[in-house]
Design a protein around this ligand. Structure first.
Ligand code: NAD
Ligand code: 13P
Length: 362
């Protein structure tokens, strides 16, 4: 049997952490070495760090010093700046990059994709095409013609890279692909569950929880206890499931209690980058505001999302503000504001048409 060749498309925080998981799994298992080639090509967006190429640093120091600093990566995870070279040899494509870079990346890959390749998306976001929101896996299948699975869960990359126990969820239509991907990713500490639910529902949850996490960050700027945040999480969970039904027609709620459901929402609302950036963004608008007098924060003062991202994330990318823009187009167009009061309020605050103090009025 010809062995699968894996290309990991992306080299950021989560891509490096999952590259580590896959690489170490293969190195440690003769059974997996019979199925997968040992080397994993990690397509790495080239950049210079202190005068050296990031690919060269990863391949010599075996650490991604910019996006996952302090964590040793296995020697079989090979940084490669040539996207075409990574693509043309791969039979398994693992997509893990911020979703705003996906269209350009796919158009470079398209002529070189092996038609028998299969893929899995680790991306949390959605694509906006003409007038429709498209799940990432649908967008990838349409663009490069390969079947796609999805992996999503309560998975803050830095914690997983340190080996802390967590769970994740894989969804795919094809049973043989599910088994292959479970073998590739599952470890004692990174526990994979498989659900029958179609990938789009899982992906819409993963994208929208980033929007709810902005709401969690906004209320953190009020310095309240956890009850208010729990209200954001509970209402967010309800609205996300409603949105999934609306966008996919799928009435199956099984994912709600999976790692890709409520667990992801909770971890992101407490420990994620979207929450952290939203708190900073909100605080920059609340300077001098007296909440006891019910004062409104200004909408025209404060840091931009780009400034917060730059200051807090060191090159990593925020997804929640982009997804908020995307889902708000649909909410407005379909006049769904009353159906989705929390999501609507978060989207309005995020785009700057409502003061951040309105988060308590959803
Ligand atoms: P990240 O936020 O660390 O993003 C930075 C990456 O984007 C770097 O590799 C950088 O080189 C690359 N980049 C910058 N400009 C680019 C360009 N023009 N074209 C292509 N790439 C470019 O990335 P990440 O954390 O690996 O996130 C990837 C996906 O995984 C996202 O959808 C995210 O929501 C999801 N995710 C992240 C985590 C996490 O904890 N980080 C957990 C689960 C899911
Ligand atoms: P953030 O992008 O907000 O860090 O969320 C990471 C994540 O998806 C955790 O599951």
């Amino acid at each position: 049997m010809t062995k699968h060749k894996i290309a990991l498309i992306g080299s950021g925080n989560w891509a490096s952490a999952t590259g580590k998981i896959m690489g170490e799994n293969i190195l440690g298992s003769p059974k997996l070495q019979a199925i997968f080639e040992i080397g994993i090509q990690m397509w790495t967006y080239e950049e210079m760090i202190d005068g050296r190429k990031i690919t060269e640093i990863i391949n010599t120091k075996h650490q991604n010093v910019k996006y996952l600093p302090g964590i040793d990566l296995p020697h079989n995870l090979i940084a490669n700046p040539d996207l075409v070279d990574c693509t043309k040899n791969a039979t398994i494509l693992v997509f893990c990059l911020p979703h705003q870079f996906l269209p350009r990346t796919l158009s470079t890959m398209k002529p070189h994709v092996n038609p028998k390749a299969i893929g899995i998306s680790l991306i949390k976001g959605m694509m906006f095409e003409e007038t429709k929101l498209l799940p990432i896996t649908t967008f990838i299948t349409r663009t490069i013609g390969i079947p796609m699975a999805v992996l999503s869960g309560a998975n803050v990359a830095d914690e997983i890279a340190k080996g802390q126990l967590c769970e994740t969820t894989i969804g795919a239509v094809d049973e043989t692909h599910v088994k292959l991907f479970k073998d590739l990713f599952h470890t004692d500490a990174f526990r994979v569950s498989v659900v029958k639910c179609p990938p789009p529902s899982i992906e819409i949850y993963g994208a929208c929880k980033n929007v709810v996490a902005l709401g969690a960050g906004f209320v953190d700027a009020f310095d309240f206890g956890n009850n208010t945040k729990s209200a954001i999480i509970r209402n967010g969970a309800i609205e996300i499931l409603k949105l999934i039904k609306l966008l996919t027609g799928c009435k199956d709620d099984t994912i709600a209690l999976e790692s890709c459901g409520i667990a992801d929402l909770i971890t992101t609302c407490f420990g994620g980058r979207n929450r952290k950036c939203a708190e900073k963004w909100a605080r920059s608008r609340m300077v001098g505001i007296d909440l006891s007098k019910d004062e409104e924060a200004p909408i025209d003062i404060g840091m931009s999302w780009e400034e917060v991202e730059e200051e807090l994330l060191g090159g990593q990318k925020l997804q929640g503000n982009l997804t908020a823009e995307e889902i708000y187009v649909i909410i407005k167009r379909e006049h769904l504001e009353k159906e989705f009061p929390l999501l609507t309020m978060i989207c309005r605050i995020s785009e700057g048409s409502e003061p951040v103090t309105s988060i308590l009025k959803f």
